[in-house]
Ligand binder design. Structure first.
Ligand code: ADP
Ligand code: MG
Length: 354
């Protein structure tokens, strides 16, 4: 049978998908349909039986609330796979869930977007796990590249494009031209770090212990990196470290700024660093076209303006920044031949495990 005919058959009898394997959220894009799954990257495991109890939103609700024998685990922490088995369970779940409504005959072709800091061993584990979960074909792409494609930057042109993907575990900064990453940097300062900063600040300033979810909620509710005209405030509840009893305090946007300030500085410095090492032509392009922010952290209020002011280059928040990577994997699926050059052909191209 000719290859063209075989591909048509595959297209008719399978549902190809793209996966954004994020540290905070995992999304699945189904060819022809768009985003069909959008869930927190969390898996709850029963330690006694070793079985998975819940995945995604259900598992996230269990974080910090589980009895001793049930553990809610995030398979990716700070951009690296912290637990291979759990990561595989998550992929199995995603494949089953996305294929269950379709009575398709062949396993799907799958494009998986992985954090740019993962090692060759981890990338191979993702490839194998996706294959084991029933994929017919697996292709790997680095998330900043997928994000750039997702927001329709002209990555194949001889023009400098710059994306800053601020996720949960890592911020990935990449300069892309002619289908390749020209300069990049991945740092472990992103949404999770900001949450930790808020937890430490509240503990030190108010002697109250708050949980991760409370910290994240307040960050999103009142966080803003430059002082505005009207102050924002919101109450938070936690455990008083002195009395051990519940206590409520009111936090302001100034508190959040003080808490996350050093991390925000680190983030901006890293953007500067990448710009400073860029080849001059690429830098000139970026100055002209601007820097694109994607990932949940792109929505940190005022961050776009702050970066713009400090690096003197226009900064754009991508439309729907949380889905950029998933949309990118979808665009690749629709025309895989056009994007062959940006897919990771072999894990040997990636950094060796440390
Ligand atoms: P990942 O790609 O690592 O899974 P995401 O791109 O899904 O991460 O982003 C998740 C992060 O974005 C979380 O740390 C979350 O707290 C943060 N986030 C989401 N919405 C907002 C918002 N409106 N303001 C600030 N941070 C946000
Ligand atoms: Mg991401």
């Amino acid at each position: 049978m000719s290859k063209g005919l075989l591909n048509k058959l595959y297209a008719a009898f399978s549902h190809d998908i793209g996966i954004d394997l994020g540290t905070a959220n995992t999304l699945v894009y189904m060819k022809g349909q768009g985003i069909v799954i959008n869930e927190p990257s969390v898996v709850a495991v029963n330690q006694k039986t070793g079985r998975v109890v819940a995945v995604g939103g259900q598992a996230k609700d269990m974080l910090g609330r589980t009895p001793a024998h049930i553990q809610a685990v995030r398979p990716l922490v700070e951009g690296v796979i912290s637990d291979f088995e759990v990561a595989e369970e998550m992929l199995v779940y995603l494949l089953n869930k996305s294929q269950k409504d379709s009575k398709k005959f062949f396993g799907p072709r799958v494009i998986v977007g992985i954090p740019s800091g993962v090692t060759n061993v981890e990338a191979r584990a993702v490839r194998d796990a996706t294959k084991n979960a029933g994929a017919r074909e697996v292709h790997i792409v680095e998330q900043p590249m997928a994000a750039a494609i997702g927001i329709k930057l002209p990555i194949h042109e001889p023009a400098g494009n710059m994306v800053v993907d601020i996720g949960g575990g890592t911020t990935d900064i990449a300069m892309i031209s002619l289908g390749g990453v020209v300069r990049s940097k991945s740092l472990k300062v992103a949404g999770d770090r900001l949450n930790d900063d808020i937890i430490s600040y509240v503990r030190n300033e108010f002697k109250i212990l708050i949980g991760e979810k409370t910290a994240e909620d307040i960050k999103i509710a009142i966080g803003v990196v430059v002082a505005g005209e009207k102050p924002h405030e919101a109450p938070i509840r936690g455990r008083d470290l002195v009395t051990g009893l519940p206590r409520e305090v009111v936090l302001t946007d100034a508190d959040i700024r003080e808490a996350i300030g050093p991390s925000i500085d680190t983030l901006v410095d890293s953007v500067k660093e990448v710009l400073e090492t860029a080849p001059p032509e690429i830098l000139a392009d970026v100055m002209h076209r601007g820097i694109y922010l994607v990932g949940g952290g792109a929505m940190i209020r005022g961050l776009d303006n702050l970066i713009e002011e400090l690096v003197k280059i226009p900064v754009h928040i991508a439309e729907d920044p949380l889905t950029a990577v998933a949309r990118g994997t979808g665009i690749i699926l629709e025309d895989i031949e056009r994007y062959r050059d940006i897919l990771i052909q072999s894990e040997d191209d990636l950094p060796k495990a440390q």
